[in-house]
Design a protein around this ligand. Sequence first.
Ligand code: PEP
Length: 256
Amino acid sequence: MIIAANWKMNLLGHDARDLASEFQKIAKNQSVSDVKILIFPPALYADIVNDVCDDERLSWGGQNTHIARFGAHTGDISAEMYRSVGARYQLVGHSERRADHKESDSYIGAQLRAAHEAGLHMVLCVGEQLDQREAGDAEKVVTEQIARALDEVKEYLPDLWDNLIIAYEPVWAIGTGRVAEPQDVFQMHKAIADYCTHSLGAPQRPQILYGGSVKASNAQTLFALDYVDGALVGGASLQQDAFSGIVAAAIAVQKG
Ligand code: PEP
């Protein structure tokens, strides 16, 4: 199981330092085999977070990457730069980046390329809008997002699958308090798994995280579902108690 914290554009430096050391305690309080915790902090807090990571139970990654390694791209950061200061993961294709920065599937694929070439594990976020779900198009939208992104990294397949995690995040569930129904989560995760293995040639199904208003109170039900390998958590990752409750739910499910 993987429980990933997306801090987005939140926290001041001293808050990030405090929260990072709480995360270190949460990670240390479990045995190595239980749950892997990831933090996606604002890039400015790379050092703060890197200091508490052990890369066994706790690792971190960038929330976004430019597609080039270096160059005249003021204000941007490359995957290789993240890697050089200790990142092991890269978040790609979050719906807020798709909306705020008009990131397309092909650009997201180029970000996968950059992350893969930098030697990072990738968490590719996909998810449908509410009207797309209501129209019965959710699976089509999500599988097309995956296919289009992977189209950009064809020459790295099948190896790239080893380092690729998919995060299914229905856009209407992010930050809204509205969680997808467990049956719908199961169905979508299974559809993603089947699509990756049967249509995209993945040697085995990737790990698939659910994201969208996960809290301690709903985490255990979600984690108990087949094909759910953890969560990508936004709001609840900003509070130590809420986040440790989610990690505890993952541990409880793993221990059966
Ligand atoms: C997210 O931003 O990826 C997310 C899932 O946010 P929240 O948990 O707040 O819905």
